[in-house]
Design a protein around this ligand. Structure first.
Ligand code: NAI
Length: 340
């Protein structure tokens, strides 16, 4: 049965890596019909008045899943983040970023295998900022019991479904006693239901980051509010080879958007050298999700084939420049396809 899924290629290196990923999925015989829709700069350049056209949202609402390339967000001024808008509008409250050591991508650590779970809808990312008086601005950090409990429930269920054994919450409740205090209170309450199955610990984020870079293998699932999750997930990606080799997914109760964790990389856009692995790994997460939600176990098998193929390619030293190789985006895609 053909599955229809939305594809948002994005801008910058987005279209290049999306094309490579679609080619690999097709070669792996993943029977997916991509419905292409724009967001971000690409939407505005295509004549849309907004960065998140209603037609793009309607397509995701209809088909429930999307694969998304990066979208540029100008710093300081200009339009607001399409990623934040997408997550808020579709209620994609749980961001998941698996971080796994890859054979063939040597880094300081081996056997890293952790998952960052990030609350996606509030915290400092609420984007509520005010100029009190010229030269004085405030940015409001929002924490609600509903969202804090919801992400904790999500993290424990996610961990349990995948046989993970420990959840570490990073926080700064010693300083932000009310907002981070609420976040960890909810996490702790939820953890009570999982006693004996999943170990729970709370770590103050500054010391936790030190521990993370000293020995990432001590971590299993890390749960955080929005901004901490944003920063720590890039830090964690750095432990295993960088943004080019880490996938991401955003889950809500009804929809899921799978996306590369890196940005639009304007410094290398159009050169054909971007690493498509992050988006490819995200696409494999999408196949796993569809396998469960559409009851199509064959998609999980295809995901395993793709994962084995890119693992082999990396072991054979077939890599793009960001992880020490020489291949172009398309050459790397060819190397994966040859190993399917
Ligand atoms: P970036 O992730 O685009 O680039 C950081 C560095 O990593 C650059 O040197 C880039 O060349 C390299 N890089 C990133 N992805 C790569 C890949 N697949 N292969 C090889 N090298 C890669 O981060 P930056 O420069 O901070 O952001 C650029 C734009 O992307 C900004 O407008 C930002 O807002 C946006 N962005 C969008 C995201 C999304 O759509 N999910 C996520 C992060 C940033």
């Amino acid at each position: 049965m053909t599955i229809q899924a939305v594809l948002i290629p994005g801008d910058g290196i987005g279209p290049e890596v999306s094309a490579a990923v679609c080619r690999i999925l097709e070669a792996a015989k993943a029977d997916i019909q991509w419905l292409r829709h724009d967001a971000g700069l690409a939407a505005v350049e295509g004549g849309s008045k907004t960065t998140l056209p209603e037609s793009t949202l309607a397509a995701i609402r209809e088909h429930h899943v999307a694969l998304k390339g990066p979208c540029t967000t100008p710093v300081g001024t200009g339009f607001s983040s399409v990623n934040v808008a997408l997550r808020k509008t579709l209620g994609l409250y749980g961001a998941v970023r698996p971080i796994r050591s890859l054979a063939g991508v040597p880094t300081r650590f081996e056997n890293v295998d952790l998952v960052v779970v990030r609350e996606n809808t509030e915290g400092l990312y609420a984007g509520i900022e005010n100029e009190i008086t010229p030269g004085v601005v405030t940015s409001l950090k929002v924490a609600t019991e509903l969202a804090s409990r919801r992400i904790a429930e999500f993290a424990f269920k996610y961990a349990n479904d995948r046989g993970r054994k420990k959840i570490s919450v990073f926080h700064k409740a010693n300083i932000m006693k009310m907002s981070d205090g609420l976040f960890i209170r909810c996490a702790k309450e939820v953890s009570q239901k999982w006693i004996g199955k999943i170990h729970y610990e709370e770590l103050i984020i500054d010391a936790a980051c030190m521990r993370l870079v000293q020995d990432p293998t001590r971590f299993d699932v890390i749960l955080m509010e929005n901004l901490y999750g944003d920063i720590v997930s890039d830090l964690a990606a750095g432990l295993i080879g960088g943004l080019g080799v880490a996938p991401g997914a955003n889950f809500g109760d009804e929809y899921a958007v799978f996306e590369a964790v890196h940005g639009s990389a304007p410094d290398i856009a159009g050169k054909g050298i971007a690493n498509p692995l992050s988006l490819l790994m995200s696409a494999v997460m999408m196949l796993n999700h569809l396998a469960v939600t559409r009851n199509m176990p064959q998609l999980k098998t295809i995901g395993v084939h793709i994962r084995t193929a890119y693992d082999r390619a990396l072991q054979d030293d077939q890599k793009t420049g960001d992880i020490g190789g020489k291949l172009s985006t398309e050459q790397f895609a060819d190397a994966v396809i040859q190993r399917l």
